[in-house]
Design a protein around this ligand. Structure first.
Ligand code: CUA
Length: 188
């Protein structure tokens, strides 16, 4: 009988085959590449949040966002305000069970500072079909610097389970291209 304390008798192992040694070296080298990519991608991947964040009272956030909506509202879609902010503006999106407010109408190639916060529970900002995801947390105002690179209509899907109607929580971002002529959809 063999236990962990007693070596088995006889020659129970063979030296590793050359092919196996080569394979172990390749696997180890690839591990090192992946390991190096973690910090490198963080620095070079251009995917980091802007680092703009602050604690915010949900009521204060709602007031700030509604001021923004009132200032730049250009219409309505399905009962939600459509807001067209000027270039470079701080823009606000309110997440709450189970809606995104307002509908943002942005310009291609123009940078905005997009603020995200929730008035109740955790939600997930997921811009589709672009694969862009961000947590939306009550009590915190997180801002992202965004520059739309494609015109069209995008859906904001909630990807954090937030209750019985989570699946209906879909918002909208419209990106218009000023340089295209005539403007798709007849412009405004
Ligand atoms: Cu909001 Cu799920």
């Amino acid at each position: 009988m063999n236990t962990g304390l007693q070596s088995p008798t006889g020659v129970w192992w063979k030296p590793a085959h050359r092919a196996e040694k080569i394979w172990v070296r390749i696997a180890f080298a690839w591990c090192m590449v992946l390991f190096a990519m973690m910090p490198l991608w963080h620095l070079k991947g251009a995917q980091n949040p802007a680092g703009i964040r602050a604690r915010v009272d949900p009521g204060a956030y709602a007031r700030r966002a509604r001021e923004f909506i009132d200032a730049y509202k250009v219409g309505e879609q399905n009962g939600f305000a459509v807001v067209e902010p000027p270039a470079g503006a701080d823009i606000y999106l309110i997440a709450q069970m189970w809606q995104w407010e307002p509908v943002l109408r942005l310009r291609k190639g123009v940078q905005y500072t997009l603020h995200l916060s929730s008035l109740d529970v955790n939600h997930g900002f997921s811009l589709t079909p672009v694969n862009l995801n961000f947590q939306v947390v009550p009590g915190y105002d997180y801002a992202l610097r965004v520059t739309p690179t494609a015109a069209g209509e995008f859906s904001v899907v909630c990807n954090e389970f937030c209750g019985i109607n989570h699946h209906t929580m879909v918002g909208r971002v419209i990106v218009i291209d000023d340089t295209a002529s005539p403007a798709p959809g007849g412009g405004r």
